[in-house]
Design a protein around this ligand. Structure first.
Ligand code: MN
Length: 233
């Protein structure tokens, strides 16, 4: 039996609706700028005819389950929500065609790609990695997973409120790179594995939250999500 010098980090996992077994999380990928209206509000419009999709990652250890209270994170004064459809990979695949992409779909969840926007934008504008703006503790929030094997979601309302006031309201039909395209393209960079999560991007209306705020959101036909912002650490 292997012995370790200290207790290894726990395996991250998410609940699956209707099942007692939990889904172990391998990696967390995020698609950048995947709705035109959000790309424009960030000052970086997308021309799909000449641009490729791009991705960043969050550590699995940043994962937080819906319904929790998270501390307002350090080193930011502009802590943003991004409501997203999360795609859950259930089967390994490399260089998967768009036509076969559905075979990798385990299911979906509702997610929040929480962002230290001030840090992200400084990094972006200096041409530096934006890890400190995106890949931070408790920064990847996810609902329970819904098992929808082989389903390609093409149309579903996606909405978010803060303290009951609507902030984001769109439809995943507006994704610039759709579910089949994301799987096919990402699988040219990585060998996709069961337990990989892909946050598919956020629509317009992103904004800041403060301690005491409560975020609610949903992807119709998939799941709902909740997050409460606690005091700063
Ligand atoms: Mn995002």
């Amino acid at each position: 039996m292997t012995t370790y010098l200290f207790t290894p980090p726990p395996i991250q996992s998410l609940a699956v609706r209707g099942q007692s077994a939990r889904l172990p999380i391998n990696r967390i990928f995020c698609v950048g700028r995947n709705y035109h209206a959000h790309a424009i509000e960030m000052g970086r419009p997308v021309d799909k005819s000449v641009e490729q999709a791009f991705y960043f990652t969050k550590s699995p250890q940043t994962l937080v389950h819906s319904g929790q209270t998270v501390a307002y994170p350090p080193r930011t004064s502009n802590y943003h929500f991004e409501m997203e459809l999360v795609l859950v990979i259930g089967k390994a695949g490399f260089r998967v065609s768009e036509a076969n992409a559905h075979e990798l779909v385990y299911g979906y969840a509702a997610g929040l790609d929480m962002t230290r926007r001030d840090l992200q934008l400084v990094a972006r504008d200096k041409g530096r990695p934006w890890d400190t703006g995106k890949d931070f503790e408790q920064g990847a929030v996810c609902s329970e997973i819904v098992h929808m094997p082989g389903v390609v979601i093409e149309n579903a309302a996606i909405d978010l409120e803060v303290n009951g006031a609507s902030k984001q309201s769109s439809n995943v039909e507006k994704l610039i790179w759709n579910i089949r395209e994301i799987i096919a393209d990402l699988s040219t960079y990585y060998h996709l594995q069961p337990g990989d999560l892909i946050y598919t991007g956020t629509p317009e209306g992103v904004g800041a939250v403060l301690p005491g705020d409560k975020i609610t959101g949903r992807v119709d036909g998939v799941a709902e999500i909740e997050l409460t912002i606690g005091a700063a650490q």
